[in-house]
Structures are given as structure tokens and as C-alpha cells.
Design a protein around this ligand. Structure first.
Ligand SMILES: *Cc1c(COP(=O)(O)O)cnc(C)c1O
Length: 357
């Protein structure tokens, strides 16, 4: 919680669209809250941010982000506690990562006051959009893109930073079938895989679509050199429980440093589980499965928190994992994380940021 240190010009909507929202039946990513924050970077400085009614932006066809891909984003959630408070989860980590992405993509850093005060004041205004129903949240999308209207290849001189949000319902995903990707890569050493850059997503769509055509929900990325080591699962980090040890690929320049990932690892350590962050070979997973030691596999990310994996396919084989009900470690941690995020459990790591309503 903090006091307002930045005055943000605010143009409020005449009439809220909140009446369009059915909190018991929220369609993902289609209804946006009333307001958005906008700040432009020009002449080497961020201009005073403004809060405006959510709406279209007008752009030149030559807008450089569209052509050369200087575009980065974040994804975070605000939860409503039983007391009606609005709680953000680790927003400073999102800011830090956004600025890491900005550096890699040759874009200016966002100052802390614009990001945090922007969030604070935007959420205060759109507080009614944080749904109270269990499992639901307000998904928040901060992003930045290059706005020069110039088609020469060079880092843009002008940028826009925006935050908007949309309510999301509980994630009732079925355990997914995933397949290990033998050809395509998401990321390579020296590349931008650690950045939350729009282009990383664009390039991952075709491999994911092809996997879906083969009957899998998602793919597991492997390293670009040998396709021997596991990297991530789709747009989530990936974890395994082998012989009661929680194992996950160590973060590197090719793996995105997920906030859910590091929160899950911290809680696992708090709960006394053994955790290993290291290279995880595809062969190790196969061998563990054959020996009956692969107990759990799941993806981690803000959207789903934990997405259970039911089946892993590799070459011509499919490996079925134990039923989700038996997965003590991931179920325990998912619940603990949810209780912290929604203010039901003490926040010993100072992860929760309360909006001053
Ligand atoms: C955003 C993202 C994640 C998950 O990060 P969280 O901070 O946990 O939401 C994992 N992998 C990739 C590639 C991502 O873009």
C-alpha cells in the first residue's frame, strides 16, 4: 500500500459498462474494464500519464512496433479478499521483468512511479471490476510498444506504455496432454527468450497449432542445440515431481523467469519439500516414468497458476501420469498460493500489495 505521489490526469467514463459483466460467467479476454492508463515517451522522457476511458488507439500505418516488433508486455492479476480489499500479487516483480524485457528490446525503462501509481490509481477507479467470486480475478495487462512513424530499421524514439485490465473467471482447465517438440524452438542462447516480447509469442503460434492438430493441447519446448533438455511448456514454466523431489529447469537466457515459478519454488521450500533447479533432460523424464517415479508434472503461470499435465508424448510413445488427486505437492502448493493471493493466509514473503481504496 502506498500514498499517491503522482497526480494522474483522469478522464472518467460517463457511464460504467460494469452492468455488462456477469461475474458467474466471465468470458476470458473479451470484456475490458472501464479505464486504461496511457503514458507516452518522447524527447527522451516519459510524459505525464493519463487515465482515459478504455478505447481504441489511432496509429500511423508506419508505427514501428508493427513492423519491427519492439513490443513487450506483462500479465498480472488483482484478487478480491473476503474483506473486499483489492490485492495485487508481486507487482514489483512484474515491473522489474518489464524493464528487463525493455532493456533486451532496446526500449526505455518504465519508472516505478508511473507503473505503481498507475496501477494503484487505475485499480482504485476500476475496483468494481475485480470480481468477488472464488477463483476469479482481474487480469491486468501492462505493455509498451514503439510508436515512431518511420520505416527505417532503428530503435524507435517514441513509445507508448499502457495498462488495461479484464475480469477473468476461475480456471477450470482439464489436465492437459502435451508433446515434446523435436524441431521448432522458442528460444536460443543469446536470443530474447527471457524477455516477455510479443514476437516470442508470434513465433510460437505455428508450432503450437501443429501440435494441436496432432491431438495435444500444448507442446514442451526443448533446447535449441540438441533438443535434449526441457525448457518450458507452451507459455508456462514447467515442473516435475520425481521420487518426491520437485525438479524444474533452472532459469537462463532461454527461459522466462516466471513469477508463479519462483513463488511455487519458495512455497515448496517453505513446506519442506526438496527442490532442484537444474537442467532436466527429456531422457530423465522418460526413465523416471518407466521406473514409476514420475509422480507429477505441471505448468506454472499467472493465467492458470498451476496447469496439471495428464500425458506427455515423446517420439511415438505416450506417458500417462498419475491422477491429479494423487499429486500432493502441486495440489498443496496451488492451494497455499491461492490462499496467500486472496489474503486468507499470512503473507510472510511480502508478496501481496494492497490497493488503497
Ligand atoms: C509469462 C510467461 C511465463 C509465466 O510467467 P508468470 O510470471 O508466472 O506469469 C512463463 N513462460 C513464458 C514464456 C511466459 O511468457
Amino acid at each position: 500500500m502506498s500514498v499517491d505521489t503522482l497526480t494522474i490526469q483522469t478522464q472518467q467514463v460517463a457511464q460504467s459498462r460494469i452492468t455488462d459483466l456477469d461475474v458467474n460467467n466471465i468470458e476470458f479476454g473479451k470484456i475490458f474494464s472501464d479505464h486504461m492508463l496511457v503514458s507516452d515517451y518522447k524527447d527522451g522522457a516519459w510524459q505525464a500519464p493519463e487515465i482515459l476511458p478504455y478505447g481504441n488507439m489511432s496509429l500511423s500505418p508506419a508505427t514501428s512496433a508493427i513492423h519491427y516488433g519492439q513490443a513487450i508486455f506483462e500479465g498480472m492479476k488483482a484478487y478480491r479478499s473476503a474483506e473486499g480489499e483489492i490485492l495485487l500479487f508481486r507487482p514489483y516483480d512484474n515491473l522489474k521483468r518489464l524493464n528487463l524485457s525493455a532493456e533486451r528490446m532496446c526500449m526505455p525503462e518504465i519508472p516505478e512511479d508511473i507503473f505503481m501509481q498507475g496501477l494503484e490509481q487505475l485499480l482504485r477507479l476500476d475496483a468494481a471490476w475485480v470480481p468477488p467470486t472464488a477463483g476469479s480475478a482481474l487480469y491486468i495487462r501492462p505493455f509498451m510498444f514503439a510508436t515512431d512513424d518511420f520505416i527505417g530499421v532503428r530503435p524507435s524514439s517514441n513509445y507508448r506504455f499502457t495498462i488495461f485490465s479484464c475480469p477473468v473467471g476461475a480456471y477450470y482447465g482439464q489436465p492437459v496432454k502435451v508433446a515434446i517438440e523435436p524441431n521448432y524452438v522458442r528460444s536460443v542462447e543469446g536470443g530474447a527468450g527471457f524477455a516477455k516480447a510479443a514476437g516470442n509469442y508470434g513465433a510460437a503460434l505455428l508450432p503450437a497449432k501443429k501440435m494441436q492438430e496432432r491431438g495435444y493441447h500444448q507442446l514442451i519446448w526443448t533446447d535449441a542445440k540438441e533438443h535434449k533438455y526441457i525448457e518450458e511448456s507452451g507459455t508456462m514454466n514447467v515442473m516435475f515431481v520425481i521420487d518426491d523431489v520437485l525438479v524444474t529447469p533452472a532459469v537462463s537466457t532461454t527461459i522466462l523467469d516466471g513469477i508463479t515459478r519462483k513463488s511455487v519454488l519458495q512455497l515448496a521450500r517453505d513446506l519442506g519439500y526438496k527442490v532442484e533447479e537444474r537442467k532436466v533432460a527429456v531422457d530423465e523424464i522418460v526413465t523416471a516414468h518407466r521406473a514409476g517415479k514420475l509422480q507429477e508434472a505441471f505448468g506454472t503461470g499467472t493465467a492458470a497458476t498451476i496447469a496439471q499435465i495428464a500425458t506427455i508424448a515423446y517420439k511415438d510413445e505416450e506417458f500417462e501420469l498419475p491422477p491429479v488427486e494423487s499429486r500432493t505437492i502441486s495440489n498443496t502448493i496451488a492451494q497455499a498460493l491461492d490462499r496467500i493471493k486472496t489474503g486468507q493466509d499470512p503473507d510472510i514473503h511480502n508478496w501481496v500489495y494492497k490497493i488503497n481504496l
